[in-house]
Design a protein around this ligand. Structure first.
Ligand SMILES: Nc1ncnc2c1ncn2[C@@H]1O[C@H](COP(=O)(O)OP(=O)(O)O)[C@@H](O)[C@H]1O
Ligand SMILES: [Mg+2]
Length: 245
């Protein structure tokens, strides 16, 4: 960065102006950045304040480590007491869905799925890769808001969880029309995720009773429940060959 001191001045002003605001985006020398501050908790949650700043520190460590390993994460531009600044990674897929008509969803979702498979091939997991924490810009996918590493869980089971969260999020935001989703999951499998997909299928075998439970809610359930049915439905399709167009 050309002028680090001026940059820090801008950040200090922003923190004064938006103290405690979770994320603020701003521009500096023609580039966009995001200031993320420690989560501000109200009421009894304030007792957990220690955890909130720990969570941010953890996130800083995770982002630094993953960037070193070459994972697709936004670079950290600055850190300080109770905040970090990261480079803009473009719009999240959830944001892009607000104006879906002028985008090629086939490409975007495939790119995201392949990026997740690549992250997993690096023996990494995200923790909660929902569409609001995945960005897409000109074919480039970035992940942010990593949940802390889940202690005591094997990397494979964390990756299975990632895949299920991802598919759940696809059904949640894109709905039961499934051709795009089948294509995306197929892309995940062929980009190195096959073993994880098979494990997810095995894992869900013991949850198939939930399929019948969730069925009445498949069109009318809440925003989180409805997609549960479709995730189970997805894994019930015979071998899920995507290309049934
Ligand atoms: N580097 C970034 N590039 C683009 N958008 C971002 C970036 N960082 C944060 N955002 C936006 O801000 C939102 C909240 O940031 P996030 O890190 O997910 O915080 P939280 O822990 O509160 O969910 C994201 O969902 C995204 O819309
Ligand atoms: Mg988030």
């Amino acid at each position: 960065m050309a002028n680090h001191h001026a940059f820090q001045q801008v950040v200090a002003d922003l923190i004064r102006e938006h103290h405690g605001k979770r994320v603020v985006s701003f521009e500096f020398e023609g580039k966009r950045y995001w200031l993320k501050q420690v989560e501000k908790l109200v009421g009894p949650m304030r007792l957990l304040k220690q955890n909130a700043s720990e969570a941010l520190n953890k996130e800083i460590n995770v982002l630094t480590q993953l960037a070193k390993q070459g994972a697709p994460v936004p670079a950290i531009a600055d850190v300080g007491e109770g905040y970090m600044v990261i480079e803009d990674a473009g719009k999240t897929i959830k944001d892009l869905l607000v104006n879906p008509q002028d985008m090629n969803w086939h490409f975007i979702l495939n790119d995201a799925a392949v990026a997740l498979a690549q992250l997993h091939s690096m023996q990494l997991a995200h923790g909660r890769p929902a569409l609001r924490d995945i960005s897409w810009q000109d074919g480039k996918v970035k992940f942010f808001d990593f949940e802390a590493h889940q202690q005591g869980k094997s990397i494979l089971s964390q990756q299975v969880r990632d895949l299920l969260v991802f598919i759940h999020s696809l059904y949640r935001y894109i709905g039961p029309s499934n051709e795009l989703i089948n294509h995306a999951v197929w892309a995940y499998r062929t980009a190195g995720g096959e073993l994880i997909w098979q494990k997810a299928k095995q894992f869900l075998a013991s949850w198939q009773w939930l399929y019948y439970f969730a069925k009445p809610f498949r069109y009318v359930g809440g925003r989180d429940l409805k997609p549960v049915y479709w995730v189970l439905w997805h894994f019930r399709q015979r071998d899920n060959l995507a290309y049934r167009t």
